[in-house]
Design a protein around this ligand. Structure first.
Ligand SMILES: [Zn+2]
Length: 299
């Protein structure tokens, strides 16, 4: 499932491609995946791309935002000759589009290429297509008036963004204490505690903080809240630095599905050596999800 670093990677990539372009057409191949009236967004210009937790918002002229949630298997692929790929990795991401899992196709045009030939426009940005693919169809796109976005039900209960300065260790502690008896790894995945930390980065954050993921929130010391706070930030930044978990998979020149989380320190690394202390990374199940940690150095 795409998490914060993956969505942030898409945001950065798409921002270079589509800001200033105009949506000329929205084609619904699966009407269920699009909520609202697509005609409202046609003819509108892309002003800005924002991220809320694991959601991506494309802000348009006319006070509208296209809000995307990729959920388990969503992908966003922008093709203008060079393909920008993000989201859940699959071997067919580089094949021709649309494919059997394409739910919505957005067509873009570039008005800037029509300005007077005397204008010093070096290389006009090529218009292209944005494909929203989603094998299991849990993901969605919504068209929402930007002015009510922060009140929309998808956004209003979100906790602080972990990479912004309002996310302090005190806030983390205060929010976590709503789940006193929960294991810390489970509690940090609650989106009202912090935005955007899912299963991958919850394990990674506990590792960075040298904290046993089974430890209950009420047993954390002040020092441990501080190191958990820093651990969350470090784990997410590590993910962003590597382009999110979706990307490394495509380094494989044969296009084979590989370990797309090679940069992770413990996630999916059970049985391997801990990169910090040489202990053995162990997998357990918490709240139905796999947790990876090193019992030797995470106390
Ligand atoms: Zn270790």
């Amino acid at each position: 499932m795409p998490e914060l670093p993956e969505v942030e990677t898409i945001r950065l990539g798409l921002s270079k491609k589509i800001i200033g372009l105009k949506i000329t057409k929205i084609q619904l191949l699966s009407p269920k995946s699009f909520l609202g009236n697509p005609n409202l967004a046609e003819g509108k210009k892309v002003l800005k791309i924002v991220r809320f937790a694991k959601m991506l918002g494309i802000e348009l002229s006319g006070d509208l935002t296209l809000l995307f949630h990729l959920k388990m298997t969503g992908q966003l692929i922008y093709d203008d000759g060079n393909r920008l790929i993000g989201g859940h990795p699959t071997p067919d991401m580089r094949d021709s589009m649309p494919n059997a899992h394409t739910r919505v196709v957005f067509s873009f045009s570039d008005d800037r290429s029509y300005v007077s030939p005397k204008a010093k426009l070096k290389v006009p940005a090529t218009a292209g297509f944005l494909y929203f693919n989603d094998q299991r169809r849990f993901g969605w796109v919504k068209v929402i008036p930007s002015v009510i976005l922060s009140e929309a039900k998808d956004l209003k209960n979100l906790g602080p963004e972990p990479l912004q300065k309002e996310f302090t260790w005190e806030i983390l502690k205060q929010n976590l204490l709503r789940h006193k008896s929960q294991p810390v790894k489970v509690a940090i995945m609650d989106q009202s505690v912090i935005s955007g930390v899912g299963n991958i980065y919850a394990s990674e954050a506990c590792f960075e903080a040298k904290l046993d993921p089974r430890k209950k929130v009420k047993d954390l010391t002040e020092e441990e809240f501080k190191s958990l706070h820093q651990g969350i930030i470090t784990a997410l930044q590590n993910g962003i630095k590597h382009g999110g978990s979706s990307r490394a998979h495509f380094v494989d020149p044969e296009g084979k599905r590989g370990y797309y989380l090679d940069f992770a320190k413990v996630y999916m690394k059970e049985g391997r050596k801990c990169p910090r202390c040489g202990g053995v990374v162990t997998k357990i199940t918490q709240a139905g999800r796999g947790t990876y940690f090193c019992p030797k150095c995470q106390k």
